[in-house]
Structure formats: structure tokens, C-alpha cells
Design a protein around this ligand. Structure first.
Ligand SMILES: [Zn+2]
Length: 120
């Protein structure tokens, strides 16, 4: 029994579309082509179960995707932006923002930026 599935709304539709997706992709991970049986919501929502919003993944890629979602929400929670969004907005590299985050100075740096609004 997959426990995570219980968190989703309209879970019958998700289950049905997961099977369709497995059939469409011939049971292969859309990222690495290994045998796959898990679906991820591309937009990270928990309620858009459209086929176009589902990606079939193997265990490994699914785990990787979950880890990156966690990472994303950590920065968004702290600063209102993900590392990628900071790079898009203000240039430099994600390594730069990560390093400043580790030093504890990122918040001060961001506060001085133009257009910085922390909505969180
Ligand atoms: Zn994979």
C-alpha cells in the first residue's frame, strides 16, 4: 500500500490516471527509462491529476524529485524565493546564494536588492 497517495484529493482519479500513464509510457521512467510505477505532479500541486500534469518516474527519480521539492520549499519559506528564482532575478549563481545562506547573511543581502519582497 502506498501511503502517500492518501494525502491527495480525488485519489480515485489519480489512481486511474496513474495506470493510464504507465500504459502510455510502457512502464518506463520518463527521465531515465528504467521500469517505473510512480507518478509525480509536474506542478507540485496535490489536486491537479490531469494526465498532462503527471510524470511517470522510477523509485530513484521519484525520490530525487521529492528531495528537490523539499529543498525548494525550504528556501521559499525562508526567503520567499527558491535558489533558481534568485539567480533569475538578481544573477550570480545558486552556489553564491547557498553560500550566503550558510553564512547566515543571505537575508540581509536580499533585503538590499531592488524589488525584494518576501511574501512568506
Ligand atoms: Zn528514473
Amino acid at each position: 500500500m502506498e501511503r502517500w497517495i492518501a494525502y491527495y484529493k480525488d485519489h480515485y482519479r489519480l489512481k486511474k490516471n496513474r495506470l493510464i500513464k504507465i500504459d502510455q509510457e510502457k512502464g518506463r521512467c520518463e527521465q531515465c527509462k528504467q521500469p517505473a510505477n510512480k507518478v509525480k505532479h509536474i506542478d507540485s500541486s496535490r489536486d491537479n491529476h490531469d494526465l498532462s500534469n503527471l510524470k511517470l518516474l522510477c523509485n530513484e527519480c521519484f525520490g530525487e524529485a521529492l528531495r528537490s521539492i523539499k529543498k525548494v520549499s525550504k528556501y521559499r519559506k525562508l526567503y520567499g524565493f527558491t535558489l533558481d528564482e534568485m539567480v533569475k532575478r538578481w544573477g550570480k549563481s545558486s552556489g553564491y546564494y547557498f553560500y550566503e545562506h550558510r553564512k547566515g547573511t543571505l537575508k540581509d543581502i536580499l533585503r538590499k536588492k531592488k524589488n525584494y519582497i518576501n511574501n512568506t
